[in-house]
Design a protein around this ligand. Structure first.
Ligand code: ATP
Length: 382
């Protein structure tokens, strides 16, 4: 078992005027075997959360519960968790075998023969059995990362805690290791918290992602829930690349007004906006949802293309709307050039609307064939 609960977890550094609330009243329940990604910008409290769970930081208040038992006041080595760090944290004077054996030697009374067997089995699984007698200095970054992962795996912990474990690898290796790590986690079925600032890693690796900002949880959900049904403008902007376009508008009756366009809302959408606390509304539209306009589109907007970035299958088209830089992602087959005037539309089914004062989502895009329930995490490996 490895069900982990963070209840009202708070961590404050410093005192009085120098106080930093690194983690603010965090509530997250992570199911046994789940792969949860903690994501957010630099300084949002991801590492501090992980270090509190690992027992490397004391908590200011709140509780950490593993399988129904509080581990909040347990020392790090008493918690059945293994941490993998960004910088690998291998002992430089020890061989890969010694690095991988060290934790077992210190925390169990297994015989040397048994430890050797476990290390060799894990090394085989990680594809590093030829490297066991090498020291870290003789290994590449990717190989060191495998040893660091192997050292965590060999202990068969209840929980893996991973702090940006792939960020020191080059882009190609990072992508390969991403898939490998996911397969490994699925095979081992060990509850995992994975910290990253990279929204692509979050989207592709997590059963669920928890988005943090300023020490506070913004949303927890499956990657597609966070992508299509963001709770607020922060999540909408953080998840997805290129980012969602945001256009600050003024609500006049059933019309959204921006200096460069008027957007006539349907009665149904206008009704949803009645709950908004402000007449300022932010219209959000994902780059791939911007469509060429038909002649009869009442909400067509004329844009002037600043830059075109062809990526092959897709082309990114950049333009400004009233000084707001926007990106459209269109099929790579379309012949679009810098300076072109395009008629585009933001289909109402695809737009998101955010309260201009609070940033809370008032309306999210409609989902075509996928119902909300398909996005929920079942607790079973996907
Ligand atoms: P990054 O991605 O840059 O590592 P993060 O999301 O992991 O960022 P944390 O390292 O958890 O963020 O830091 C959260 C906040 O707590 C930051 O404002 C940071 O400056 C502060 N902080 C972290 N550790 C300490 C410390 N030991 N003493 C004082 N403040 C700290």
């Amino acid at each position: 078992m490895g069900k982990l609960e963070l209840n009202n977890l708070t961590k404050v550094f410093g005192v009085d005027d120098d106080q930093v609330i690194a983690v603010n009243d965090l509530n997250i329940a992570i199911e046994d075997g789940e792969f949860l990604v903690l994501v957010g910008p630099s300084g949002c409290g991801k590492s501090t959360t992980l270090r509190c769970v690992a027992g490397l930081e004391t908590v200011t208040s709140g509780e950490i519960i593993l399988d129904g038992q509080s581990v909040t006041n347990q020392k790090s080595k008493e918690r059945d968790m293994a941490m993998v760090f960004q910088n690998y944290a291998l002992y430089p004077h020890m061989t890969a075998r010694e690095n991988m054996s060290f934790g077992l030697k210190m925390s169990t009374d297994l015989s040397k023969a048994k430890i050797d067997e476990l290390v060799e089995d894990t090394a085989e699984m990680m594809g590093i059995n030829e490297l066991l007698e090498d020291r870290p200095g003789e290994l590449s970054g990717g190989q060191q990362q495998r040893v660091a992962l192997g050292r965590a795996i060999v202990r068969e912990p209840e929980v893996f805690l991973m702090d940006e474990p792939l960020s020191n690898l080059d882009a190609k290796l990072r992508t390969a290791m991403r898939t490998e790590l996911q397969e490994l986690q699925l095979r081992l079925g060990i509850t995992t918290i994975y910290v990253t600032h990279d929204q692509t890693e979050a989207m592709t690796m997590g059963d669920r992602i928890a988005v943090l900002n300023g020490g506070e949880l913004q949303q927890i959900g499956t990657p597609l829930e966070c992508y299509h049904q963001p709770n607020n403008r922060f999540v909408a902007g953080f998840i997805g690349s290129p980012s969602m376009n945001f256009l600050d508008c003024h609500l006049a009756g059933d019309t959204l007004r921006q200096d460069s366009f008027d957007y006539q809302l349907s009665a149904e959408t206008a009704e949803q906006l009645r709950t908004s606390s402000s007449e300022h509304v932010t219209l959000g539209i994902r780059p791939e949802d911007i469509q060429p306009a038909d002649a009869e589109d009442q909400n067509a907007v004329t844009v002037s293309v600043n830059v075109v970035e062809p990526l092959g299958d897709t082309t990114y088209v950049y333009f400004d709307l009233d000084d707001t830089p926007c990106t459209a992602s269109v099929s790579g087959d379309l012949a679009i050039e810098e300076g072109d005037q395009l008629e585009v539309v933001f289909p109402e089914d695809c737009i998101h609307l955010f309260d201009g004062a609070t940033g809370d989502a008032v309306k999210n895009r409609k989902l075509d064939s996928t119902s909300d329930s398909e996005y929920s995490y079942s607790g079973e490996p996907a």
